[in-house]
Design a protein around this ligand. Structure first.
Ligand code: BTN
Length: 242
């Protein structure tokens, strides 16, 4: 599938979304910098030049939109395994799909839906991985962050891109055949909040509990103070330690 190598773009996700109708599965876009990098929940993703990995990947999901929630968890596993194949250790996943290194955010995933064609839906999977954070950018980021350079690991960004694309190619084929199932144990093995007291923010509502991993559909499981276990779907939820 085509790989679009761009110097500068508003957002690699936006680039593929705009041409989704012509895209083939596995078509990807890489940029040296983004002027409007997008994060989850409407946030911006700081995207300075020649510093990090900004990669988007197109897939037409035959299972339809209902499977997209599970997909974003599976992509978290694929990205962790790509990084681990380069010698990165200590990676964890924060539900649904943030990637942490030693407790600080190293990478983020943004899955956006372009449209539906019959049953199938067109998705753009965006991956941002911090490789070398420039000094001048550090202050712009409103949460604890990590970069690979800070851990003494500095793969070339092209090598990193190649690994991530390989893992996405293989992982998406598995997901298309078997859904989230082959990824659940691999996700749980990296669960940042396993058995940890957390609070979940649902808009301006707050739910307190103990995180108990995910179910086979990728819902978050929370043990509530009354002893019951409740499932939560993705979307506009934010999970915090307490
Ligand atoms: C998050 O908020 O954790 C998700 C961040 C996703 C950032 C990547 S960088 C490549 C792709 N293009 C974008 O505009 N966003 C994603």
């Amino acid at each position: 599938a085509p790989l679009h190598l761009l110097w500068q773009v508003d957002s690699t996700n936006a680039f593929l979304l705009a041409r989704a109708k012509q895209c083939r599965n596995g078509e990807a876009c890489l940029a040296e910098m983004q002027t409007g990098g997008r994060g989850r929940r409407g946030r911006t993703w700081v995207s300075p030049i020649a510093s990090h990995l900004y990669l988007s990947y197109f897939w037409r999901l035959e299972q339809g939109l209902a499977a997209a929630g599970g997909l974003s968890l599976a992509v978290g596993v694929m990205l962790c395994e790509a990084l681990e194949s380069l010698g990165v250790s200590g990676l964890t996943l924060k539900w649904p799909n943030d990637i942490y290194l030693n407790g600080r955010k190293l990478a983020g995933i943004l899955v956006e839906v372009s449209g539906q064609q019959g049953e199938a839906c067109e998705l753009v999977i965006g991956c941002g991985v911090n490789v070398t954070m420039p000094e001048s950018m550090a202050a712009l980021i409103d949460q604890p962050w990590a970069d690979l350079a800070g851990e003494g690991i500095a793969p070339s960004r092209s090598e990193l891109a190649r690994r991530v694309l390989e893992h996405l190619d293989a992982g998406m084929r598995d997901f298309e055949l078997e859904g989230l199932t082959p990824f659940v144990a691999r996700w749980l093995a990296r669960d940042q909040f396993a058995d940890t007291p957390v609070k979940l923010l649902l808009g301006n509502q707050e739910v307190i509990g103990v995180a108990r991993g995910i179910d086979p559909q990728g819902h978050l499981l929370l043990a509530l103070p009354d002893g019951t276990v409740k499932r939560f779907a993705g979307g506009e939820l934010s999970l915090r330690p307490r």
